[in-house]
Design a protein around this ligand. Structure first.
Ligand SMILES: Cc1ncc(COP(=O)(O)O)c(C=O)c1O
Length: 387
């Protein structure tokens, strides 16, 4: 049977594919160091575990309202007020099965066929495919220098077909933060041109060196129900709860109600078990995340110290997340080729920059064990610098 054209056009998730490959090679007994990971290796918060167990012991795990349980939505409202300074109500929140679903819900509700969605490169691997899945046109914009686009570079791609701009800061894969002035101008541009601004804030608590991640809401005078800003967040990264699959969106009442209708037809609701776990995590609060950030910062420093030993590597010190995006083009311009060579010859898994829209780079994560970071990066250096 012939499959749909759209399904045939969708690429496999490069990062998930590499996870599978790394696990398979490990199972075969190969000495593999996985520097391509996308999740913290921390245990989940105690309160998340306790709430899950309590719920299981009640022996009642059922459907919930489509947009999530009220207690969790209220908690997200508190979180939004605390972290973004904006007043929102449960009617502005949809809890979803991961931030990924929240982004897809948004695109499904905002994009008509051929509408354009702009996002800076390097970008998260799923953006291009998700935009294509709603028959939109992805418009990635490559910075002319460095790893951050200027406002003018983004602005020059806006036209009558532009329906949304998506911004992920701190950024996967670069670990860099877009500055306040950039965000302020983007917010203004989106308001003037009537464009949605999707802020993918999934890493906004994972920042180092007391950096501040500017909130888009702080540059708008509109209340949430008149706002064209949509903020996406969740517990996957901040609370090391990737396996629970809980994310959420904060948006106008109108958009939220459309996203709820869409979600109702796709997944009915997120898992009740995961929602109570997320409520537990949010109740435990910032102390958990602060501990994790401290350790991630040390790992970032370890990675940077190792990077400095290369003869020809160029890199920018990550300001947040647990990713770095180093420029290996002085060694090999083709990142797919280089990444494959590192797996085959020395058993190190990295993600090719081409997957994020910038060849010549590799994404190297520092979410794993410190000794793996040191050993893995050293092996890459010995392999490349000896040539
Ligand atoms: C930039 C970005 N946005 C969204 C997500 C999705 O998060 P979740 O696991 O909650 O679906 C990820 C996950 O890797 C990500 O890197």
């Amino acid at each position: 049977m012939e499959l749909s054209k759209i399904s045939a056009s969708i690429g496999q998730s490069a990062t998930l594919k590499l996870n599978e490959l790394a696990n398979n090679l490990k199972k075969q007994g190969k000495d593999i160091i996985h520097l391509g990971g996308g999740e913290p290796e921390f245990d989940i918060p105690s309160m998340a575990a306790q709430e899950t167990i309590k719920k299981i012991n009640s022996k009642r795990v059922k459907y919930t309202g489509t947009s999530g349980i009220v207690e969790l939505k209220e908690k997200v409202c508190e979180y939004t007020k605390e972290n973004y300074g904006i007043n929102v109500k449960p009617e502005n929140i949809v809890i979803s099965s991961g931030a990924k679903q929240s982004i897809y819900n948004f695109l499904f509700c905002a994009i008509n066929p051929q509408d354009q969605v702009i996002f800076p490169a390097p970008y998260w691997v799923s953006y291009t495919e998700m935009v294509k899945m709603v028959y939109g046109e992805p418009v990635p914009v490559k910075p002319s220098k460095g790893l951050l686009c200027s406002f003018e570079e983004i602005e020059s791609h806006v036209n009558d077909k532009t329906k949304a701009i998506m911004l992920n800061t701190p950024n996967n894969p670069s670990g860099l933060i877009y500055g306040a002035e950039f965000i302020r101008k983007i917010v203004k541009l989106c308001e003037e041109r009537n464009i949605f601004l999707l802020m993918d804030d999934i890493y906004n608590k994972l920042v180092f060196d007391s950096e501040i991640v500017p909130s888009a809401f702080s540059f708008s005078s509109r209340d949430i129900n008149n706002s064209n800003i949509v903020s996406i967040n969740g517990v996957s990264k901040t609370f090391s709860m990737t396996g629970f699959r809980i994310g959420w969106s904060v948006a106008s009442k109108n958009l939220t109600s459309a996203m709820t209708r869409v979600q109702a037809q796709i997944t009915s609701c997120p898992s009740e078990l995961s929602q109570v776990a997320a409520l537990g995590a949010l109740s435990e609060g910032d102390a958990f995340t602060r501990r994790m950030v401290k350790e991630l910062e040390e790992k970032r420093d370890t990675l940077v110290a190792e990077f400095k030993k290369f003869k020809k590597l160029k890199f920018e010190k990550p300001q947040g997340t647990f990713y770095s995006f180093a420029d290996f083009s002085a060694y090999e311009k083709n990142s797919q080729k280089l990444s494959a060579e590192l797996i085959e010859k020395i058993g190190i898994v990295t993600v090719p920059g081409a997957e994020f829209g910038m060849d010549g780079h590799l994404r190297i994560s520092f979410c794993g064990k410190k000794e793996d970071i040191v050993r893995g990066v050293n092996k890459i250096r010995e392999h490349l610098d000896k040539a």
